[in-house]
Write a protein that binds this ligand. Structure first.
Ligand SMILES: C[S@@+](CC[C@H](N)C(=O)[O-])C[C@H]1O[C@@H](n2cnc3c(N)ncnc32)[C@H](O)[C@@H]1O
Length: 317
């Protein structure tokens, strides 16, 4: 057992099924990762779909980590790239609202599995790291504002990780206007990955001109989403997923001036859904849900933890 300062008491490590730890957010009522595994999620929902292992052969790579959180996505990306090519120069920009989250992850020693934990520790303490092979910056603030800073700097990412809490709990970071800003930071052959398969997230991404594909379901029944400027190498959506995109669930979140509260954004979308002539999503669900035990599982939009079992609280080894 080790002592952790009082300010980190809000963030108690919870063991996930792959042996890695996450936190639960009382504010959002959600886990920070799927209970199937924080590390597994970082690898399979973010690093793999953005093809970083293949791209690691390049001399340099740029990553934008939206909602840095504990830092699993950045940690897993760097570990993957440098295992393949230790000489790859990586530039990372992380966006995070609450600096206590990454600080608590470091204080709880959640990154003892990787040799880059010292780099992560410095990044969290000083908000920047510069070495021969890494330039990393952690921008603290509302990502709706800091994304502007990233865009103005001309940063063009090869990989963007989009990892906010679920759309019903954090709609601010899933709106067409925010995604528009995000898309401006993606290079021509870059990819955006997210764990969400929500129809509104997918149409939000498409509204920016991006093409979308489905990522492999991991541990749970739903796939994630990958987006890029070119459709040719994206995994195609199933017919069920395509039909989901023409139901009322596909009406995207909007935040015209990038400053509305979650309640205002949710209300605006609800009004639009009520007035919509699109098929009610409940009809689509009835049509596409298989009879018990038969056929394909129904597509479920999820958060990191909806309906999932309580996790054991524990200390990292
Ligand atoms: C699901 S967690 C991200 C997990 C993280 N990617 C990881 O690998 O550990 C969502 C994060 O978004 C942050 N967040 C919430 N609202 C935000 C905002 N408006 N701007 C930036 N970050 C925000 C939360 O503090 C939380 O750390």
């Amino acid at each position: 057992m080790f002592e952790v300062m009082k300010e980190f008491e809000d963030f108690v490590p919870k063991l996930t099924n792959d042996g890695s730890f996450t936190f639960f957010s009382d504010e959002y009522g959600e886990l920070f990762h799927s209970y199937h595994g924080a590390r597994q999620e970082a690898e399979l929902k973010f690093v793999e779909p953005t093809h970083l292992a293949q791209k690691a052969r390049e001399p340099s790579l740029r990553i934008l980590d939206i909602c840095y959180g504990l830092g699993y996505n950045t940690a897993t990306a760097l570990a993957t790239i440098w295992t393949i090519n230790p000489n790859c120069c990586v530039e990372v920009v992380g966006l995070e609202l609450n600096p206590t989250v990454p600080q608590a992850a470091i204080a709880h020693q959640l990154f003892s599995w990787t040799s880059i934990f010292q780099i992560l520790t410095q990044l969290v303490a000083e908000h920047q790291v510069q070495t021969d092979y890494l330039k990393a910056t952690l921008l603290i603030g509302d990502a709706r504002a800091t994304i502007e800073q990233v865009q103005r700097s001309g940063f063009q990412a090869d990989a963007i990780f989009l990892d906010p809490f679920s759309p019903p709990n954090c709609p601010q970071l899933w709106t067409v206007e925010f995604l528009e800003r995000v898309s401006k930071c993606l290079c021509l052959d870059g990819r955006i990955a997210t764990y969400s398969c929500a129809a509104a997230v997918r149409t939000g991404l498409m509204a920016t001109g991006l093409q979308i594909g489905s990522t492999q379901p991991v541990g749970r029944r739903s796939p994630g989403t990958v987006a890029s400027w070119v459709a040719s190498d994206l995994p195609v959506l199933s017919r069920q997923e395509q039909e989901h995109l023409v139901t009322r669930a596909a009406i995207p979140y909007r935040d015209p001036h990038l400053c509305d509260t979650a309640a205002v954004i949710l209300h605006r979308r609800q009004e639009e859904q009520h007035a919509s002539l699109l098929e009610p999503t409940s009809n689509w669900r009835k049509r596409t849900s298989p009879k018990k035990g038969v056929g394909e599982p129904a597509l479920q939009e999820g958060s990191h933890c909806v309906g999932e079992p309580a996790l054991q609280e524990g200390l990292p080894p």
